[in-house]
Design a protein around this ligand. Structure first.
Ligand SMILES: [Zn+2]
Length: 454
């Protein structure tokens, strides 16, 4: 029997089931349905063959194991239905591990029914939508029939695997050989390059402290029912460009997102930047809004980096002050703020001119209210604190970003999925799922699903 015979048989089976009303979609589904049992059986034999040929060696240390049980049956849910096979179980006297080596070789996890393809489908679809919504799409698109809680459980399991990979990378930052290993993964150009790191945070639950966000954020405090997700992105300046339509685009970049606190974020960001060329870069630039915790991380972990506070946040500060002094939305406010905005963008040390201008207002503007005086002092303090992070003129001349738009769009992409999940994910589940989403963004999917790269 050759391929021609198989096609002939398949045609016969499918055409017997057609009726006059059938469109091509019906035909596609019929061909799929009548061939599924063949595919299942073929897969089952392939799996059994692989299990037969798998030596009973320890997957970790590769030494032969003592056999504990021969030919135990395992059931796996595959893309084509349930597959059964038998394999043996051993004990490694070296590691103390009890394991089915064939299961490890096949990419199956302990006490989990999903085949690697099914694992991947569960992981990928729950990245887009909660399992309750994804379930129906999965059935329609793949024929895999899973209830929402199985889908969720499987995706969660893949999240735990992603978390383990992430934590293994982070652990490498603790030793010099580990740092060298991370650095060795960076693919960098031979010419000098600039590495850009952008940092921000968003909260994973509905906030219940409206109006106090900034205060909590500056102190990096958790509060109430919501948690900060610290988020970073890293890319080379030469990887930034624009689409034909003029939209900014970054060809390749790394991501970090965690709700496990600032210490974890700092280590993860360090691990990711090492893998993106931190130690090979000629210049490192860190961009963010004014939050204090960000600059503490920059001072601590990225000492040689140029720090830059997002221009648009700084402009907001000037606009807020303009409205406080001259009234919301007035021409007078606009007239007042324009020279300040220009100094900031166009002058070397423009921030110093802004500070001088603001200090001058204390004496030249008469009849300031208490609130206005307080706003003025607050903004002078803000500019004093960040003046060394405001060299926009040089930044523009070097073709560097002056705003942290890349991280802001990253955060909103994460939020589109994670703001939905409220009750569905436990706190631990959130972190596992963040790790999964981040692994996917970092284009390391093949580390969990090697079949993806073949
Ligand atoms: Zn072993």
């Amino acid at each position: 029997m050759d391929e021609e015979d198989v096609a002939e048989w398949l045609y016969g089976e499918a055409s017997a089931l057609l009726d006059e009303a059938s469109d091509m979609g019906v035909m596609e589904k019929l061909v799929d349905r009548v061939s599924v049992e063949c595919r299942r059986r073929a897969l089952e034999r392939l799996v059994q063959n692989a299990a037969e040929h798998q030596p009973l060696d320890c997957p970790d240390c590769k030494r032969p194991m003592n056999v504990h049980a021969y030919r135990r049956t395992r059931k796996v849910n595959s893309s084509f239905g349930t597959v059964r096979f038998v394999r043996s179980y051993g004990l490694c006297t070296n590691c103390g591990e009890r394991v089915f080596p064939a299961d490890v070789k096949l990419g199956l996890q302990v006490r989990a029914p999903a085949s690697p393809r099914v694992q991947e489908v569960c992981a990928l679809t729950t990245l887009r939508a909660p399992a309750g919504q994804a379930q129906e799409d999965v059935r329609r698109l793949t024929g895999i029939d899973m209830d929402a809680s199985s889908l969720h459980r499987e995706a969660r399991r893949q999240g735990e695997r992603a978390l383990a990979l992430r934590d293994a990378d982070t652990a490498l930052t603790k030793t010099l050989p580990g740092v060298a290993q991370l650095m060795g993964r960076a693919s960098v150009p031979s010419s000098p390059f600039t590495l850009v790191i952008e940092i921000d945070a968003w909260n994973i639950r509905e906030r219940d402290n409206w109006g106090k966000t900034k205060k909590f954020r500056d102190a990096a405090q958790e509060t109430g029912r919501w948690h900060w997700v610290y988020t970073g992105t890293v890319f080379r300046l030469d990887q930034r460009g624009t689409t034909a339509a003029g939209r900014p685009i970054i060809a390749e970049r790394g991501f970090v997102a965690t709700r496990a606190g600032l210490d974890c974020f700092r280590s993860q960001l360090y691990a990711e930047t090492l893998q993106r060329g931190l130690l090979q870069a000629e210049h490192v630039l860190i961009l963010a809004d004014g939050a204090i915790w960000i600059w503490a991380i920059a001072d601590d972990r990225f000492k040689k980096a140029t720090q830059r506070v997002d221009l648009y946040h700084v402009q907001e500060h000037l606009w807020d002050l303009a409205h406080e002094l001259h009234g919301q939305g007035t021409d007078k406010a606009k007239e007042w703020v324009t020279p300040f905005l220009n100094w900031l963008k166009r002058r070397t040390n423009g921030a110093l001119d802004v500070i001088q201008g603001l200090e001058g207002l204390r004496t030249t503007l008469e009849n300031l209210t208490t609130a206005q005086r307080a706003a003025l002092d607050r903004e002078i303090g803000y500019f004093q604190g960040h003046k060394n992070r405001m060299d926009y003129k040089t930044g523009k001349a070097l073709g560097q970003p002056v705003g942290s738009g890349a991280i802001e769009s990253t955060c909103s992409q994460y939020q589109r999925r994670f703001k939905l999940t409220g009750q569905f994910w436990s706190l631990d589940g959130d972190e596992a799922f963040l790790a999964l989403a981040t692994l996917h963004r970092n284009r390391r999917w093949h580390q969990l699903f090697p079949h993806d790269s073949t």
